[in-house]
Design a binder for this molecule. Structure first.
Ligand code: ZN
Length: 391
């Protein structure tokens, strides 16, 4: 198995300024960093290096996206505004929550281009799958503005590039970042050939976004699927959601390529999300995505990094995903596993099961789950209330 890997030192140079987490300096709390700082990303890259995993990966150089690449999904006004602000020393992406400093335009080009490069490595057969560890992230960025730490929509740019340069028509985007992948969804909301599936914490960010009711529009009706999970979900809810909804939907859609918005802010240690996924959970989700990619598109799976704000835990979540993608175990153990693996929040609860049943119903209504709810591949019934914890 050959896994392509993108990382560039300049991703760490994207400057989000001095903040107390979300709050700009100058308020009543001692300034620190923005939650979206280089730390979780550089430490992830560092662990990939010192664990020896890079020796087993195909290093794919990042390259800047061209303006033409951006303009397939962004307006010329947005691109020009970000460039001008960047040249002037910095500004905000467009929503008041997306600060950036001098030179971030070029770094954002490198993030979108890094995702393109990872996609190209898979489409040309140089890699079986790939992971683009890029920054700034992309899945909140909309056509006309940056949002939620995102300047340009890295994955959407790569989707449009793959269609323009490789004749790929049908693409599925699976987003397991704890926040709704609103930007990616909005860009393909009326496009029947791009399925967007976002599994996220209900109502977190953007608020009132990513509901069951958002399912696509016009020609794209039925090509957006949202699974808003209640806070507190762990490995059980996530792996079940993938088994029962995400994977069947991707299988039914039968894309030629799968892109994944890989954010680790649903982890047990994240300061912004309120979920409890551990490295074992991320391994399981990756395995499920690889299996369905094998079934429908010759294993063609490309992951692009999104959120994840624990400087000490994201590296292990990322290593777990990269080890699974590449099939190579470094032997590095998750030192936090003893703390979080035994959490009572991992088994699927009755109330989580009810949300998954609703998600199945929505997906079935869209024609994305074809089999009857009573016919499960492993013989389990569709509801597991009797065997799970109920709070
Ligand atoms: Zn996020």
């Amino acid at each position: 198995m050959t896994t392509g890997y993108v990382w560039h030192e300049r991703y760490a140079w994207h400057d989000t300024g001095t903040h107390a987490g979300l709050v700009p300096a100058g308020g009543p709390v001692q300034p620190f960093q923005n939650f979206e700082s280089p730390e979780s990303k550089t430490r992830f890259a560092s662990l990939v290096e010192v664990s020896g995993l890079t020796d087993h990966l195909l290093r794919v150089p990042a390259r800047p996206a061209t303006e033409e690449d951006l303009l397939r999904v962004h307006s010329p006004e947005h691109v020009a505004r970000i460039r001008a602000l960047s040249e002037a020393g910095g500004g905000d992406g467009g929503d008041g929550w997306t600060p950036f400093g001098a030179g971030s335009y070029e770094i954002a080009l490198l993030a979108a281009g890094g995702t393109i490069a990872a996609t190209e490595a898979v489409l040309t057969g140089r890699a079986d799958n790939s992971y683009a560890l890029v920054r700034p992230p992309g899945h909140h960025a909309e056509r006309d503005r940056g949002m939620g730490y995102c300047l340009f929509a890295n994955i959407a740019v790569a989707v449009a590039w793959a269609r323009a340069h490789h004749g790929v028509r049908r693409i599925a985007v699976v987003d397991y970042d704890v926040h709704h992948g609103n930007g990616t969804q909005s860009m393909f909301y009326q496009d029947p050939d791009v399925l967007t599936v976002s599994i996220h914490q209900e109502g977190l960010f953007p608020q009132r976004s990513g509901t069951f009711a958002e399912t696509g529009k016009g020609a794209g009706a039925g090509s957006a699927l949202n699974i808003p999970l209640p806070a507190g979900c762990g490995n059980g809810a996530y792996t079940e959601a993938f088994r029962r909804v995400v994977v069947p939907a991707v299988r039914t859609f039968a894309p030629e390529l799968i892109l994944v918005a890989s954010g680790f802010d649903a982890s047990a240690a994240d300061p912004l999300g309120r979920m409890t996924v551990t490295t074992a959970g991320y391994r399981a989700l990756t395995r499920q995505l690889m299996d369905v990619a094998d079934e429908v598109c010759q294993g063609r799976l490309v992951m692009s990094h999104e959120g994840g704000y624990s400087p000490v835990y994201v590296p292990f979540c990322g290593l777990a995903v990269l080890e699974t993608l590449s099939g190579h175990s470094t032997g590095v153990e998750d030192p936090f596993d003893g703390v979080w693996a035994a959490s009572p929040q991992h088994p699927l609860t009755g109330w989580q099961d009810e949300v998954l049943a609703r998600a199945e119903e929505v997906a079935r209504g869209l024609g994305l789950i074809c089999r009857s709810p009573d016919v499960k591949g492993n013989g389990e019934s569709s509801t597991r209330k009797g065997s799970t914890r109920d709070h």
